[in-house]
Design a binder for this molecule. Structure first.
Ligand SMILES: [Zn+2]
Ligand SMILES: [Zn+2]
Length: 271
């Protein structure tokens, strides 16, 4: 599907059940397909929706996977991504070069025996592993301008901004900012984007007990959206315990401060 699609909006752990149907239980994944190729950001269980759409195609597009970080909820869909097992597939992985240790080795360690029957090294696809460019953190991939910056989270995380004629979005999930203390350079990074997808894992009532866990609240998202002139704020990384009605309540509360707020849900299209 062309355009930017949220494939999974759940944080930490996939969920299922009658109380989780509207926002969905799949963990973090986003896709943006253009005429030139397919960008995937993170490979949580939401990646299965991309897999399913590609299964109906005669030819695979070239694929670039941008990773925000390597926490398991953002990787767990990868072993089931069937293009890995096609010798016709071209898949490039990109991640932050400034992580502790090698992200390439960590990714291979995540997908190998005995945790999965086929190691990433044994996959049939043509794989490339490229670190994100450091000196000039901006690149053009499949006609999309991609910029990135580091954001605070245990083991560090990366925010991405994607700009093309049909898409203007900042993905800032797995990030811990304190209200009133969002760094100016991050506000500048987000400035003027149409959509801001932001980590609202915790509520303002909960966050006091979870300092240092690496997540934020709708309150911080609203503060950032206002400061950076964002048109629409999309809250994501919903806690696995947060039922649909409770996410609704979070969104409603946030709308009192910033009307253009939505809760991210599986296969939500941002246009
Ligand atoms: Zn996460
Ligand atoms: Zn994380």
């Amino acid at each position: 599907m062309h355009g930017f699609v949220i494939r999974g909006s759940r944080g930490t752990l996939p969920t299922c059940g009658a109380d989780f149907l509207r926002y969905g239980g799949d963990t973090t994944c986003f896709s943006l397909e253009t005429e030139e190729g397919l960008l995937v950001i993170d490979t949580g269980t939401g990646l299965r929706h991309v897999t399913q759409e590609l299964a109906d195609r005669a030819d695979l597009p070239p694929i670039t996977v941008l990773l925000t970080h390597l926490h398991m909820d953002h990787l767990i869909g990868l072993p089931s991504f069937t293009p890995l097992y096609s010798s016709h597939a071209q898949i490039r992985f990109m991640a932050d070069p400034n992580r502790e240790g090698s992200w390439k080795n960590a990714l291979r360690a995540f997908m190998r025996k005995p945790y999965w029957p086929i190691g990433l090294n044994e996959a049939d696809a043509n794989l490339e592993f490229d670190s994100l460019p450091e000196a000039e953190p901006s690149m053009t991939i499949y006609g999309v301008t991609v910029t990135w910056c580091a954001i605070p989270h245990p083991q560090q995380c990366v925010a991405y901004r994607l700009e093309s004629p049909e898409c203007s979005v900042v993905i800032a999930t797995d990030v811990e900012f304190t209200p009133g203390a969002i760094p100016d350079d991050f506000v500048a990074f987000c400035r003027g984007a149409r959509h801001l997808i932001f980590d609202a894992h915790f509520t303002p009532a909960e966050i006091a007990h979870y300092k240092g866990w690496g997540h934020s609240t709708w309150e911080v998202g609203v503060e950032l959206a206002k400061a950076a002139d964002i048109a629409r704020l999309v809250l994501t990384h919903h806690s696995p315990k947060r039922r649909d009605a409770e996410v609704d309540a979070v969104v409603e509360t946030a709308r009192a401060s910033f009307p253009a707020v939505d809760g991210a849900y599986t296969n939500m299209v941002l246009d």
